[in-house]
Write a protein that binds this ligand. Sequence first.
Ligand code: HEC
Ligand code: HEC
Length: 279
Amino acid sequence: MKFRWLASVLLLALFSCPRALAQQPADFFQQNCTSCHTIGGGRVTGPDLKDVTKQKDRAWIEHFIQNPKAVLDGGDPFALQLQQDARGVVMPTIPGLTPQMAKGLLDLIEAESKLAKSRFAGVSISDRPFTAADIAMGTEIFTGSRKLSQGGPPCISCHTLGTLGGLGGGRLGPDLTRVYERLGGRKAAGSWLSAPATPTMQAVFRRHPLQSEEILPLLSVFEDASRRSQPADAGTQLYFFMAGIAGASLGLLLMGWVWRNRMQAVRRTLVSAAQRGAE
Ligand code: HEC
Ligand code: HEC
């Protein structure tokens, strides 16, 4: 367990780099907004931003995007309607979104809205039905037996999934069993994965973005996991809660032990690979 934390922290240190100081609005938008918004590609988690400045005045929007929660908490009716349309999701406060950047972003959105097709129209993930082959490939990607093409770390180092069986995966990130619904289905979850905007995920994948050929199989795995895990009723939840407390200390000990062996197994392969290289 201790090792796994260490590994996660190391991964983070490896994959995160200091943010550029003077960032351009387009880069800023790509990294912080495309997980939830398209320009002309339809609603995902948040509304499509095409022509947004024609529906509401710029001053209001600039104010809103700098502190969405405060505006919502203030009971602004327009914001509350937006939130309702977004199935209750609250736009997060985006670090580094200064008044100046807010203006730059709105200029960008206006300019992109005039184009026949904005480069922010969203990822194109095929609508074809998921197949068993997708799920198999997605599982390989998730567990790391198939490498990510851009070199990101495997999901399992930080996430667990109900359909994985065995000991599951890492605990640094949330359990992804029901993430498919949580993120709002195929299109929204696909956009999310193409440009994750949460701190850890962004730090890890900004420079190693997932490709659409990888996102589709991952989505199939999440859809499958979500479908196969029935929501537990209150009684079952209480049972699991109590059982969880009882089992936790034992589980921790057990996992620490098992993982110690797994880490050694990894190290052995690394060592023998290094030795092979040296020969
Ligand atoms: C985690 C998802 C998420 C991220 C990331 C996000 N937004 Fe939002 N955004 C929303 C949601 C949801 C709404 C609808 C209001 C609400 O529910 O808070 C919204 C509303 C908006 C609106 C108002 C839309 C309208 O129709 O008036 C604008 C403009 C906007 N976002 C711009 C941005 C920009 C620019 C960024 C990046 C700096 C960004 N958002 C990042 C989820 C997000
Ligand atoms: C270094 C650890 C790490 C790795 C590797 C990682 N994640 Fe995450 N992930 C996190 C953390 C931590 C969060 C919680 C939000 C945040 O801080 O970014 C998260 C959040 C998420 C979420 C949103 C969950 C929710 O409930 O909103 C999704 C989806 C996700 N990760 C998918 C993936 C996929 C797919 C992979 C593999 C391609 C992956 N993650 C690899 C740490 C990681």
